[in-house]
Write a protein that binds this ligand. Structure first.
Ligand SMILES: [Zn+2]
Length: 479
């Protein structure tokens, strides 16, 4: 019988606010100048007092509500005492027994993963180690940091990854954090133990996980490592391990003989916080449609497949762009056949439009290619006024801000529907390519493809290939 992993997560999230948690210094994660955004409060000068950031409190509660948490009427801040060079106060203001949010859950793959708590604290500074010295940058010290703790309800590496991915999406939908893992705005710690029965095994903690991939791989690695130890009849050591991304292994950082004693006590410089129903309801109404709601609505409203729904959910802006285009097309839909038009729009938005996105954000793209102009392009393709080849030529031109009908007019790109004109071009191509004509007569099918290609290029893609081929066959047959 195999060992069953029991996994819980602790996730730290830097909140997106204008100022820091307890002072008015700018919260700018991109500031490159060391110790630029600091003041006497966030560097813990004697006699200074903290003032809580209301926006950070709102964002924490908003997250808690989105994660189905209870919001107690009273909360408080506590001091978590420990010494570290990047912690100027010698303690961190955090929340111990009265967090802002508790007892929630997040549903992934139809399974409820319970959330123990979501609380608010402040981030530490950053140490920069050089050859013979270590430097400290306090720009990050005091940035609002939210911590979310789950119950050990996860049972596989894939599930843990999925949970972290869904959480990131929710944080972005709520606009509480950019939650960029590479930038350290979302930091995941894994607790994992292995057992064959209901008694939990010894817990190992994995730190330094800064990508979804490392969350998944480190768990897989630990399952293998711990299985090997247990199979030999040995005991797993309770410890904190770090993830080495290059070697794809976890390494022991420190053994935990007993729980840390942080000597928590209520922060004397901050009063108990009372949250009335009005405030909480005010936050509640600000919660937008969340990823799972969007998936369900989009699948129902547009009848698009699961893969496309996921593209439009995980790329929120792209999904919104699609919906704007569809709303432009809506009046037109009844008569034109809803589904085929949706299919066409999905196809162009997830391929050609999206590839333009490589160079710009959707917002920048949207300024140039307005949903209205994009809808016009889709209509033209649908009505057969332009071929898909022409559409692909027009899109990059539309980036300059012009609408498709102007580009088509200006460049003379309208579809060639006049069969007389096509016939004329075909006759020219036939007379210029006697060898291919001879090959075709000998029964070589490839020669027909070649001649079709010649006609298409002579029309600059303005003719429809099947019509060209039909006329071409007729002309060749009469020779
Ligand atoms: Zn400050």
């Amino acid at each position: 019988m195999e060992y069953k992993p029991t996994i819980g997560l602790e996730i730290h999230i830097e909140l997106k606010t204008n100022s820091k948690m307890f002072c008015s210094c700018k919260n700018d994660p991109d500031e490159k100048r060391a110790n630029f955004n600091i003041c006497p409060i966030c560097t813990a000068q004697p006699g200074t007092l903290p003032v809580p950031n209301k926006e950070a409190v709102r964002k924490t509660i908003k997250t808690g509500l989105a994660l189905n948490c209870q919001i107690p009427e009273t909360s408080k801040f506590d001091r978590k005492n420990y010494f570290y060079p990047d912690l100027p106060k010698g303690y961190q203001i955090s929340q111990y027994d009265k967090p802002f949010c508790k007892e929630g859950y997040l549903e992934i793959n139809n399974k409820k993963v319970r959330i123990t708590r979501v609380h608010l604290e402040e981030d530490t500074g950053r140490l920069i180690h050089e050859k013979e010295s270590s430097l400290v940058d306090f720009n990050r010290a005091g940035i609002p940091l939210m911590e979310m703790v789950t119950e050990p309800d996860l049972t596989s590496a894939k599930e843990a990854r999925k949970f972290a991915e869904e959480l990131q999406l929710i944080l972005r939908y709520l606009n509480v954090s950019d939650a960029d893992m590479e930038k350290g705005q979302m930091r995941v710690e894994v607790n994992i133990s292995l057992s064959k029965n209901k008694t939990l095994g010894t817990k190992v903690e994995i730190k330094n996980l800064n990508s979804f991939r490392s969350v998944e791989k480190s768990i897989d690695y630990e399952v293998e490592r711990q299985t090997e130890i247990l199979d030999k009849g040995k005991k797993v050591v309770q410890e904190t391990r770090g993830w080495n991304d290059i070697k794809s292994i976890t390494v022991s950082q420190r053994e935990k003989e007993e729980a840390h004693d942080y000597r928590y006590f209520p922060e004397p410089d901050l009063p108990t916080i009372h949250l009335d129903k009005e405030f909480i309801n005010g936050v509640k109404v600000e919660i937008p449609e969340l990823p799972q709601q969007r998936r369900e609505r989009m699948a129902q409203e547009y009848k698009i497949d699961e893969k496309t729904v996921e593209i439009f959910t995980s790329n929120k802006d792209l999904g919104e762009y699609f919906e704007k285009v569809m709303s432009e097309l809506r009046d037109w839909l009844e008569e034109a056949g809803y589904q085929s038009l949706i299919k066409l729009a999905v196809n162009y938005i997830t391929t050609d439009f999206w590839s333009l996105f490589g160079k710009a954000s959707i917002a920048e793209l949207e300024n140039k290619i307005t949903p209205e102009n994009f809808a016009e392009l889709i209509k033209m393709i649908y009505k057969g006024e332009i071929s898909s080849k022409i559409a692909k030529q027009i899109l990059p031109e539309m980036l300059k801000g012009a609408d498709p009908s102007h580009i088509i007019e200006e460049k003379g790109l309208t579809q060639l529907t006049d069969s007389g004109e096509i016939e004329k071009i075909i006759k020219e191509v036939i007379s210029k390519n006697p060898k291919a004509v001879g090959d075709y007569k000998k029964g070589k099918e490839a020669a027909l493809q070649f001649l079709t290609g010649q006609v298409m290029s002579a029309t600059r893609g303005r003719a429809q290939p099947d019509i060209v081929q039909k006329i071409l066959k007729k002309e060749l047959g009469s020779l």
